[in-house]
Design a protein around this ligand. Sequence first.
Ligand SMILES: O=P(O)(O)OC[C@H]1O[C@H](OP(=O)(O)OP(=O)(O)O)[C@H](O)[C@@H]1O
Ligand SMILES: O=c1cc[nH]c(=O)[nH]1
Length: 183
Amino acid sequence: MQKRLIVSNQLLQIMLERLAQQLIENHHDFSNSVILGLQPRGIFVAERLQKILQRIVGSPIRTGRLDITFHRDDFRRRENPLMANATQIDFIIENQQVILVDDVLYTGRSVRAALDAMIAYGRPQKVELLVLIDRRYSRDLPIEATYIGQQVNSLSSQRVLVEWRTPETSEDNIWLITKTEEK
Ligand SMILES: O=P(O)(O)OC[C@H]1O[C@H](OP(=O)(O)OP(=O)(O)O)[C@H](O)[C@@H]1O
Ligand SMILES: O=c1cc[nH]c(=O)[nH]1
């Protein structure tokens, strides 16, 4: 396995600050806007953004967690049963501007499932999508992000891995993983 660093710890902090500023440009004080992080990995991005936004805006930013498990189009096709995560939305999304947040946009199938899952909670006025990494030219569906951390050219055999800091590592990094033949 080869691991190539595509976003360093320092760059990722700058990227998150920039994405937060872009959100503020469009959503001002967030009085009519909410954030939904996609389970399982989008919630880390959503929580980081929430902290930065709250620091800048100076008021609470409504942030929830959306589970998409039962809305995935491969739900019944998987050999290993999928484990559902929690959906936690403690606010009304009816008539709100919703920002869906995930770490990676690849085929677009997770986002399609998220749109489906979200509709059970109300009819938003508008829905946007924010991702850290947009794997270009990889879409199976006509879905694009509104806010992008970085676009990456990749092969279908590769995978993007977003690694968040732990007490041991204290660094956030994004890697492009290439599987190599085991000898
Ligand atoms: O655009 P997509 O092709 O849906 O891929 C993007 C999704 O994949 C990852 O999740 P996860 O690894 O849980 O999903 P996967 O099994 O579909 O790769 C990632 O956190 C995104 O949610
Ligand atoms: O590269 C990819 C594709 C889907 N999901 C990921 O987490 N990474």
